[in-house]
Design a protein around this ligand. Structure first.
Ligand SMILES: [Mg+2]
Length: 433
């Protein structure tokens, strides 16, 4: 394990953010001076669990985030600070519903079954004005703004600044673009093992928000921040390797060059998509991205039904090559750790049950979705997704009872808070009844 004191001296780090990610994906931290780190590495940084989105009461004892020092990242834009993801412990044992530990458990389960899980993510985001009331760029008005060179270059300083950070950290960034909504961008870096990708995904959101703030903007990963524009997706590219020899288990002699195991994995993701939507699409606003009416650019780029096709972006699952699948369901609000955990649970379930995904659909789901007879629809709102999750045997088996109870409880509280909110729509539509 890394000697944190030596590392801090070598790198000129004066402070460490010892962090954890709660159930709703919020990153919580203590800022710890380097001199205090050796003790912190042993014991962890102390927190009151109730104060974040975890299923705890104010009466619970101290919760400790034990830093995973080998995963430390020096902030390229503030090199005197190092960020370290932590794992939550209480009373000498792990907190079973802590998202990073949930993912670690599932990775272990996959490894015991003989698989290493590799993943890449494509988190989209908007750059808004500092007060978040409008796009950061008033000139970004094109009806079809995707890949718009002019609008991309007006934000060169912030986008290249983020990309430079990724280059410095060795993430292997390879492309940046203006996305399909005005004000929306996507930046891609190389895939890696699922835990590294989840840590980087978590850090990426922190980095994008931080650099946007430095430039006087506000970055948002909110699933549907603008009603008429394309929302923020977070597509996952999932592949699995054989632990024995590191070879792909997904490449084979089936259709489109995929193996029968890859089709089992597709079957597993299709069968469990509705059960896991509360994880992939976790907030009220998520359901305004999936099931959305056509946007001003002409397409939503998000699924509304549980289907798969070939290299076809109108389906929930796309097959872009012979060694992976792209799951297009999740959005920018997904907790990076739980998102990967959900993919692994669905994939393992598909393999275990020998799931048959049926025939792929070679149709444009946006124009011809009505032809996909019997295709299950995704949940229509968060309560729908919550009920589906609560009844899911898959969630209980793979995520564990403690997690399921905690997550469902906090999500129901969120739904109830939303229902207590009185909107002007209600008045407009019920005032004269
Ligand atoms: Mg995209």
């Amino acid at each position: 394990m890394t000697d944190i004191g030596t590392k801090a001296k070598e790198l000129g780090i004066r402070y460490f953010l010892v962090s954890y990610t709660d159930l709703f994906g919020v990153v919580r931290s203590k800022l710890v001076p380097a001199a205090a780190m050796p003790d912190m590495v042993e014991e962890g940084a102390g927190f009151a669990g109730f104060a974040s989105h975890l299923d705890m009461t104010p009466a619970h004892p101290d919760m400790f985030a034990v830093p995973d020092v080998d995963c430390m990242v020096q902030l390229p834009w503030k090199p005197e600070v190092g960020w370290i993801p932590g794992d939550l412990h209480m009373d000498g044992g792990p907190v079973d519903h802590a998202p990073r530990l949930v993912l670690k458990r599932l990775l272990k389960r996959a490894e015991e079954a003989g698989y290493q899980v590799m993943a890449g993510v494509e988190p989209e985001f908007f750059l808004l004005s500092a007060d978040a009331t409008e796009l950061s760029d008033p000139g970004d008005i094109r009806a079809k703004p995707c890949y718009d060179q002019q609008a991309l270059m007006r934000r060169f300083d912030v986008i290249s600044g983020i990309c430079d950070c990724m280059l410095e950290m060795g993430w292997g960034p390879y492309q940046n673009d203006h996305e399909d909504a005005n004000g929306q961008f996507e930046m891609n870096w190389s895939y890696s093992d699922a835990l590294t990708t989840a840590d980087r995904h978590t850090f990426f959101k922190f980095m994008v928000k931080s650099l946007a703030e430095q430039h006087g903007y506000r970055a948002t990963f909110m699933p549907k921040p603008m009603p008429s524009l394309t929302g923020n997706g977070c597509h996952v590219h999932l592949s699995m390797l054989n632990v024995r020899d590191g070879g792909s288990i997904m490449t084979g002699d089936g259709e489109l060059g995929l193996s029968s195991l890859a089709y089992n994995i597709i079957g597993g993701v299709l069968n469990n998509a509705r059960d896991l939507a509360l994880i992939t699409n976790p907030v009220i606003n998520s359901y305004k991205r999936i099931n959305a009416p056509r946007t001003t650019s002409g397409a939503t780029w998000s699924p509304n039904s549980v289907t798969y096709g070939g290299n076809n972006r109108t389906h929930m699952i796309r097959i872009p090559g012979d060694d992976r699948i792209e799951v297009r369901l999740a959005d920018g609000a997904a907790n990076p750790y739980l998102l990967q955990a959900a993919m692994i649970a669905a994939a393992l379930d598909g393999i275990e049950r020998n799931s048959d995904p049926g025939k792929r659909l070679d149709i444009d789901m946006y124009a011809e979705g009505h032809l996909a007879e019997g295709a299950p629809k995704l949940p229509l709102n968060m309560l729908d997704a919550l009920r589906q999750f609560e009844g899911s045997s898959l969630a209980k088996e793979y995520f564990g009872d403690e997690f399921c109870t905690a997550y469902a409880k906090l999500k129901l509280e969120e739904w109830n808070a939303y229902m207590r909110h009185f909107s002007s729509w209600e008045k407009e539509n019920a005032l004269d009844v």
